[in-house]
Design a protein around this ligand. Sequence first.
Ligand code: ZN
Length: 302
Amino acid sequence: MPLRSMDRTHQSPSGTAVRESYRPPVVNAFTVDVEDYYMVSAFADSVRFEEWSRYESRVEKNTRRLFEMLDRHGVKGTFFILGWVAERCPGLVRDIGSAGHEVACHGYRHRLIYTMTPEQFREDVHRAKGILEECAGTAVAGYRAASYSIVKETLWALDILIEEGFRYDSSIFPIHHDRYGIPGGERFAHRIERAGGALVEIPPSTITLFGQNVPVAGGGYLRLFPLGITRAAIKSINRREGKPVVVYLHPWEIDPHQPRIRCGLKSRVRHYLNLKSTAAKVESLLREFPFGPMSSLLEGAR
Ligand SMILES: [Zn+2]
C-alpha cells in the first residue's frame, strides 16, 4: 500500500483545474513478540533457561486469543516468534502463517545480544530462523531482538542479520532505558547501509516531548498509559508527522491469570501492571486505527 502523499486534480466551481494534496490513511504495524510469561528478561535472574520446560505453558492459548482479536478486525499482523516456542508449538507457527500474518524471528532463547559473542548470536538467530521457516513454509524477513538489545555496542548484530538474509530489523529503541535503547536514534523506518549490505530498521514508536523521545503504544508503555494518551499519540504520529506507528505486545500481557514469578519490586511493577485492561485497550486501537504487518512499512522507509 502506498504510504506517501499524492497530488490529485479536480475541477473548481469556476471550471479551473485545482491541485490538492491527498494523503492516504497511514497503515500502522501491529506486532506481537511470541514468548511466554516466564521467559522475559526481567525474570532472567529467577528463571533459568534450563528450567523453562518446568513452567506451565500459556503462550499458545494467549497467542491464539490475539489471533482471534485481529481476525475480528480483519487485521494481519507480524508475529516475532521465539525459536524455542516454535519447536514446541509448530502448529501455532503454521497457523500464524496460513492465516496471512507475517512470521518473523525473535531469536531462539531470548538472550540479550550484549550478553552474547557475535558467534553465539549468529548461532542463536540462524537456528531460530531455520525452525520458523520450516514450520511456516515461508522465508522469514524480519528480526526483533530480546528486549530491544541492539544498542551502540552491539551494532555488529546488524551485519550478521544481513548475512543471515533478514530484510529488516526492529530492535533499536531510540530512547533512554536501563536495559536498552540508543537515545536520539532515528524514530521511523529507515535504511541502514553496512559494509556487507543493507537492511531497513523499523523502531518501536515514540513521540518527542521537550526534546526527548518517549515510548508509546507498546508493551509496558501501552499498559502504563491511559488509552486516551495512547490514542492521542498515535493520532499525532499519523496525522501531524504522517508516519505509521509500530504497536507491540506480548501474549502474556493479555493474561491476568498467569502464575506469578517471584522477583524484585521493579520487575514486579513492570510485568504485572494493568494486565487486566490491556486486551480492551488493544481492541479499541484495532477498532479505531488501520493496521497491517511490518512488511507494509518497508516501502515507506527512506
Ligand atoms: Zn521478547
